[in-house]
Structures are given as structure tokens and as C-alpha cells.
Write a protein that binds this ligand. Structure first.
Ligand SMILES: Nc1ncnc2c1ncn2[C@@H]1O[C@H](COP(=O)(O)OP(=O)(O)OP(=O)(O)O)[C@@H](O)[C@H]1O
Length: 362
């Protein structure tokens, strides 16, 4: 059955001290797919992962691997029978075993002949580019190399599912991108389904085919990274990925007036307070010439604003403005170096197609 999900979670529940930290999580991952379980600290990501691994028992719901229930009302398989590979931040290689012995460790007791074991170990070490370090000990390797041994060790027994909990957070920035890409390439070659737990949106967007955004024990949105970024379910989902500007307004006749002209607010009742959310890169900045740019149907009305502060933050510049209209603060990001002096007047326009309208306080 090519379409059968590798991993299915159905309505998983788990509480600690009477508090539900995982509150009805459902999820499905296809073979070869990488799903990023993304959310703020304490939202229940690791608890979900531990239930899949089998080191924690769900109090409700079911876990199914390749069509077979491994946890639920009728089953509770021990971790070693679930065909799950694990990779954590503190991945602890065995210090007294060589690199190849570390990788071979996961193959013990699987009825594999010595030659077949050696072939599998050497094949994996080749693929993580560590074959020449096969006889070295973990303390002789760099952090990135140790991480690659941990990956080879976790993959050795051909797990159906790889569970990764912030596996790259112990590595320094420069190493991290390279190791992430390599790891992903190898996982894809192996066809393993991956659940990657992270609280870093960038890591999830870089690695995952699909992101499940988790908050307070629940999955609030799930989909391709592009869709989650560009069509957030609510204000908090938008704000999780970047700074956001929020314009508060009240609805009258499915419309609302703002410093940027009228916005449509279909579906929001008269008198309701709404929030218009826009990312900093979707503000357009124009110089203060001839009374500013003309309003257009697409972009609405420009609003006059003064620079409060501008900083260069690497790839882009971050400029903070105050709107003349009501003194509210807006931030814009501009590619490369753009550092206007405080007090300089500009006109800001919001890209209407990139604005998201939500009920206030949702
Ligand atoms: N064994 C435990 N006993 C009591 N409370 C726990 C236990 N494990 C987790 N919790 C609580 O459950 C909540 C969810 O924890 P969990 O580790 O799943 O979150 P997380 O999203 O993985 O967070 P982080 O990104 O910080 O690791 C937290 O409030 C945590 O304090």
C-alpha cells in the first residue's frame, strides 16, 4: 500500500499533575516525508515525541506505525519494537566505543551476520563522510562530526520513523546549516518518515515538507511551510515566524477605516474589533516627495510616518516608524543597508494582498 501513512497520531492526550500538556494531537506522516513539529517552549512537543518513541504512555488516543497500532486502548509496544530512531540535542555517543562500534551498536541482536553489519556501518559512515574516522573515538571528533555519527547510529537499523528533538541546537551557527542539509539528504535517501521537533521557525522551514504548528498542547495549523507563513491561522501563528505589525480597528458594514485607508473585513460583525496583521517586509517605503505616492486600489492609501530608529541587522535593515495619524509604531525591513536618520519623513504603504485580518485578541 504505497499511500499508507508511515506514522499516524489520533487524538493523543497526556496530562501532568492534572494539566493536559498534549490535548488531542492528530497527525499523519508519509514515508520519506519530513514534518516539523514547531511551537514555543512548553507547548507539548517533546511529550508528543516521547509518546511516539514509547517512553511515555498516552492516556488517550492511538499511535499507528505502518498500519499497526503501537499504542492505544489495545496495545502498548515497548520502544525497541516500534522501529523508531531517535536523535536528540545531547545525543551522547558511547565514549568508550569507536565510531564504527557506536554505529554498529544499534544493529546488535537483529540477527544480522558480521559481514552484513560491517557493510551497513561502512556504507553509513561513507554517506556521513566519516569512513576515515571509523576507528576514532568520539572525543577525537568535532561537534559536527559527532552529530553525524549519531545520525549514522540512529539510521543503522533502518528505522521506519526518525524522531528528532532539537537535534542541531548544540551546534554553532556556521556548522548548523551544512549539517542540517546533509542530514536531510541522507534521511530522504533512506525514505524514513521524520518528525522533527523544534522551536525555531527557520529550522522547520528549512527542513520540513510540512509544518505542524503547536500551541498549548494542540496543533493549531498544519501545512506546507509556504502556506503556514503566508496564510497564518491567527495572529499568534503569524507572529511566531517574524515580527508583525498590528493595526487595530473597528468594523462598520464589513469595512474598517485605518491610517492606510479602508479595508474589507468580510465576515466580521458590525462593531467588532479586528487586527490587521502585516509582516515588516510587506510595508512599502516611499520618499516624501510631492505629497507622497497616489492611493491605488491594490495598495490603499499611504500613511505619513517618521523614522524613530534604524538598524542594520545583517542581511537587512530594520526601520521603526511612528505614524503621524495616531502615533502608532510600525516596523519595516528593507534588504541590505537602509539607515535613514531619526525624524526623516516617509510614506508607508501596506501590501493589501499580504495583510491578514483577524478578530482582536484571538
Ligand atoms: N515528566 C513530567 N512531569 C511533569 N511535567 C512535565 C513532565 N514532562 C513535561 N512536563 C510539562 O509539560 C509541558 C510540556 O512539556 P514538553 O517538554 O512536552 O514541551 P516542549 O514543547 O517540548 O518544550 P521545549 O521546547 O521547552 O522542550 C511543560 O509545561 C512541562 O513542564
Amino acid at each position: 500500500m504505497p499511500d499508507q501513512p508511515r506514522l499516524e497520531l489520533h487524538d493523543l492526550v497526556r496530562s501532568y499533575a492534572g494539566r493536559r500538556v498534549v490535548d488531542g494531537v492528530s497527525l499523519s506522516i508519509a514515508p520519506g516525508q519530513v514534518t516539523g513539529l514547531l511551537g514555543p517552549s512548553g507547548c507539548g512537543k517533546s511529550t508528543t515525541l516521547r509518546m511516539i518513541a514509547g517512553v511515555e504512555t498516552p492516556e488517550g488516543g492511538r499511535i499507528v506505525i505502518d498500519g499497526r497500532e503501537v499504542a492505544g486502548a489495545g496495545a502498548n509496544l515497548p520502544p525497541e519494537q516500534r522501529s523508531v530512531g531517535l536523535m536528540f540535542q545531547d545525543f551522547a555517543l558511547f565514549p568508550h566505543l569507536s565510531v564504527s562500534e557506536n554505529v554498529a551498536f544499534g544493529l546488535k541482536g537483529r540477527g544480522m551476520g558480521r559481514a552484513a553489519q560491517r557493510d551497513r556501518v561502512m556504507d553509513l559512515l561513507d554517506r556521513v563522510r566519516l569512513a576515515r574516522h571509523a576507528a576514532a573515538y568520539p572525543h577525537e571528533l568535532s561537534g559536527g562530526e559527532q552529530q553525524r555519527v549519531a545520525l549514522a547510529r540512529a539510521l543503522a537499523p533502518h528505522p521506519r520513523i526518525m524522531l528528532m528533538d532539537e537535534p542541531f541546537s548544540g551546534l554553532d551557527n556556521r556548522l548548523r546549516d551544512g549539517i542540517r542539509d546533509e542530514t536531510l539528504a541522507i534521511l530522504k535517501e533512506e525514505g524514513t518518515a521524520v518528525l522533527l521537533v523544534t522551536h525555531e521557525p527557520e529550522e522547520a522551514m528549512r527542513m520540513a515538507d510540512e509544518i505542524a504548528l503547536m500551541r498549548r498542547g494542540r496543533i493549531v495549523q498544519q501545512g506546507a511551510p509556504y502556506n503556514i507563513y503566508n496564510a497564518p491561522a491567527d495572529r499568534a501563528a503569524a507572529a511566531f515566524f517574524s515580527d508583525v505589525n498590528v493595526i487595530r480597528a473597528r468594523v462598520k458594514g464589513a469595512l474598517t477605516d485605518t491610517a492606510f485607508g479602508r479595508f474589507l473585513a468580510p465576515g466580521h460583525p458590525d462593531g467588532a474589533e479586528i487586527e490587521i496583521v502585516i509582516r515588516p517586509q510587506h510595508l512599502r517605503i516611499d520618499f516624501d516627495r510631492e505629497g507622497g505616492p497616489r492611493p491605488t486600489a491594490q495598495d490603499g492609501t499611504p500613511a505619513r510616518a517618521r523614522v524613530e530608529r534604524a538598524r542594520f541587522i545583517g542581511k537587512e535593515s530594520l526601520v521603526e516608524f511612528r505614524l503621524d495619524h495616531d502615533g502608532s509604531r510600525m516596523i519595516a525591513t528593507v534588504p541590505s543597508v537602509f539607515l535613514p536618520a531619526a525624524g526623516t519623513v516617509f510614506w508607508l504603504t501596506v501590501r493589501r494582498d499580504r495583510c491578514h485580518v483577524f478578530p482582536a485578541g484571538a
